[in-house]
Design a protein around this ligand. Structure first.
Ligand SMILES: NC(=O)c1ccc[n+]([C@@H]2O[C@H](COP(=O)([O-])OP(=O)(O)OC[C@H]3O[C@@H](n4cnc5c(N)ncnc54)[C@H](O)[C@@H]3O)[C@@H](O)[C@H]2O)c1
Ligand SMILES: CCCCC[C@H](O)CC\C=C/C=C/C=C/[C@@H](O)[C@@H](O)CCCC(=O)O
Length: 258
């Protein structure tokens, strides 16, 4: 599936990995709706990208992924403006162990909400034209990040949800692929603000720092460069893609069927 002419939407598009996903999609010829709860960041990015790629190629929508009403309205606006949606990047996320319910609400419930609403518009069985849903999980969706148990739980949830939806979609004939992106440490605001957000696990910050020093970090652009394949390769469905400073790999899981 080529990206040229495709219609995409990215949540948490105003900054970090979402910004890099948005820029890469535009660079490859897609039109992009930028969804973010941070109006200042999202709007100014959309304005700058509109000047670079054309105002008809970008649309900013102020939208909180925790709100069913706002998300439904965002999809309506995307369809009104661009007529369809082919690519949905469920990317918005926070890391805040002092607010574990909000962490689950945004990182996991927001992803499920976004996927189900996107599917209503993308499902070939209900008039959509198919496409791909990319869920941003994390390496913390593959193994425990000791200083961040709630965040770890949310990202394991995203990995499980993506794998189940990939299988459900293939078995049902929706024509929509589901893949999960699992980056290691990425230099963004979320990463830079970690120290104040560990709550009762603040005493583990040195252990987390040791892991960061051992594993290294990446820029958001370096992560997103590796992701194009997940979006374009029609054979990739239900995949969990690990991106780390030294390379990438498709994660394998034990078979549960003897
Ligand atoms: N930075 C890392 O090390 C890292 C590594 C792996 C995965 N991730 C994941 O990548 C995704 C993006 O994180 P990032 O590092 O780019 O963070 P970031 O803080 O730089 O950007 C996150 C964006 O999401 C937006 N956002 C937050 N809550 C929202 C909500 N309720 N509704 C809509 N938008 C909302 C923010 O306003 C911001 O623009 C997250 O899901 C995060 O868990 C980050
Ligand atoms: C502290 C910054 C938080 C950023 C959160 C991001 O989502 C990035 C998460 C990145 C890495 C998660 C790592 C989890 C690692 C564990 O599974 C650990 O057991 C791996 C041990 C590896 C080793 O010791 O060699």
């Amino acid at each position: 599936m080529a990206l040229v002419g495709k219609i995409a939407a990215v949540t948490g598009a105003g900054k970090g990995i979402g910004q890099a996903l948005t820029e890469t999609l535009l660079k490859n010829g897609a039109k992009v709706a930028l969804l973010d709860v941070n109006e200042a960041a999202g709007k100014s990015l959309a304005e700058a990208l509109g000047k670079q790629y054309g105002q008809d190629k970008v649309l900013f929508i102020n939208c909180n992924v925790e709100s069913d009403e706002q998300m439904k309205a965002a999809f309506q606006k995307i369809i009104e403006t661009f007529e369809a949606i082919d690519i949905f990047c469920n990317n918005a996320g926070i890391l805040n162990e002092t607010q574990w319910e909000k962490t689950i609400s945004i990182n996991l419930m927001g992803v499920i909400r976004g996927a189900y609403l996107a599917l209503e518009h993308m499902n070939k069985l209900t008039g959509g034209r198919g496409g791909v849903i990319l869920n941003t999980a994390s390496m913390a969706g593959l193994g425990p990040l000791l200083s961040c148990p709630a965040y770890t739980a949310s990202k394991h949830g995203v990995v499980g949800f993506t794998r189940a939806m990939g299988a459900a979609s293939a078995a049902s004939g929706y024509g929509v692929r589901f893949n999960a992106l699992c980056p290691g440490f990425v230099q963004t605001d979320l990463f830079n603000n970690i120290q104040g957000n560990l709550g009762q696990f603040s005493h583990l910050r040195d252990a987390a720092q040791l892991l960061i020093d051992k594993m290294g970090t990446m820029t958001a652009s370096e992560v997103v460069e590796c992701v194009i394949e997940l979006l374009t390769d029609e054979t990739k469905n239900g995949e969990v893609f690990y991106v780390y400073p030294q390379g990438t790999s498709y994660v394998t899981f034990p078979s549960m069927v003897k």
